[in-house]
Design a binder for this molecule. Structure first.
Ligand code: G1P
Length: 308
């Protein structure tokens, strides 16, 4: 197959993998998708959809699985609820209900057999076609005041190939992430990725640069994913496919990394999820002042502030 270079084709589509079983949050996720758990008062997935929409990606494909109907309903209209709020004259809540309807055109495809992140991304191939595209993982929330995706899209447009988001972490934490071997470039926030390894033991990690859940990928990655065998955890790993792009073994490179130093909230497990809610609630203009005051009192009363 001859492939025209996707080099200067703009990125217009976002892929949002959301097929995980959410077992770390059972029993909450028995009948509710993990992506619908609220972070303060908004489902986690809405933050991600808002981020992609703010970056100009109006076409989104959500990779779903069983039990994901509430997710589709959330981004659809709810006439009954809207009608009830209209007749009460409650414009503020009406606006909140309608907020999620017009953000983007959302498409859905089921992963069927959940065989890992690489497999989830591969499910997007027919929808994405032959254009570079973004992938946003719902466990990482990026503060809208610290834009990351737009910077990654700029680099992809300038350099071609694929771009990952990186963050420096404590070496002891690197086993929780994909890890990148990097070389510096003329731009302090951009590195060239020369290798990638999924969740290495700290002793074997090539660096402390962790891959966080934002990617802008060359569509050639689909061909690589088709050939990628199960890796860590018996799953088809996106990191393993990107490693082949980074080393030049397969088309779709070079791979660059944008080093993110902004605010990121991890919602991946229960501890991270609780921290994300507290951090975001503190930052909120409407809830923040009262919540921070209470948190300060609570920390003092319980002796927690002395532990900090
Ligand atoms: C996935 C990726 C990993 C990446 C992480 C970012 O892992 O496989 O490379 O560092 O997302 O959040 P997961 O956290 O889904 O196990």
């Amino acid at each position: 197959m001859t492939r025209t270079s996707p080099f200067h084709r703009p990125v217009t589509k976002a892929v949002l993998p959301a097929a995980g079983l959410g077992t770390r949050f059972l029993p909450a996720t028995k009948a509710t998708p993990k992506e619908m758990l609220p972070i303060v008062d908004k489902p986690a997935i809405q933050y991600v959809v808002e981020e992609a929409a703010a970056a100009g990606l109006g076409d989104m494909l959500v990779i779903t699985g069983r039990n994901k109907r509430p997710l589709e309903d959330h981004f659809d209209r709810n006439f009954e609820l809207e009608q009830a709020l209209v007749s009460k004259g409650d414009r503020e809540r009406l606006a909140k209900v309608q907020e999620s309807n017009g953000l983007a055109t959302l498409h859905y495809v089921r992963q069927g057999d959940p065989r890992g992140l690489g497999h989830a991304v591969l499910c997007a191939a027919p929808h994405v076609g032959d254009e570079p595209f973004a992938v946003l993982l719902g466990d990482d929330l990026i503060d809208p005041r610290d834009p990351l995706l737009t910077r990654m899209m700029d680099i992809q447009q300038r350099e071609g190939g694929s771009v990952v988001a990186l963050m420096e972490v404590e070496p002891s934490q690197i086993h929780l992430y994909g890890c990148a071997a990097v070389q510096s470039t003329a731009h302090p926030d951009v590195v060239r990725v020369t290798g990638l390894v999924e969740k290495p033991d700290p002793a074997d990690a090539p660096s402390n640069y962790a891959v966080i859940g934002r990617y802008v990928l060359d569509p050639a990655v689909f061909d690589v994913l088709r050939e990628t065998r199960p890796g860590r955890g018996g799953e088809i790993q996106l990191t393993d496919a990107l490693e082949r792009l980074a080393t030049g073994e397969a088309l779709g490179g070079p791979v660059h990394g944008v080093v993110f130093k902004g605010r990121r909230y991890d919602t991946g497990d229960r501890g991270d999820y609780l921290r994300a809610i507290v951090q975001l609630a503190c930052e909120r203009e409407d809830l923040g002042p009262q919540f921070r005051a209470w948190l300060g009192r609570y920390a003092a009363e319980t002796g927690l502030s002395a532990l900090a």
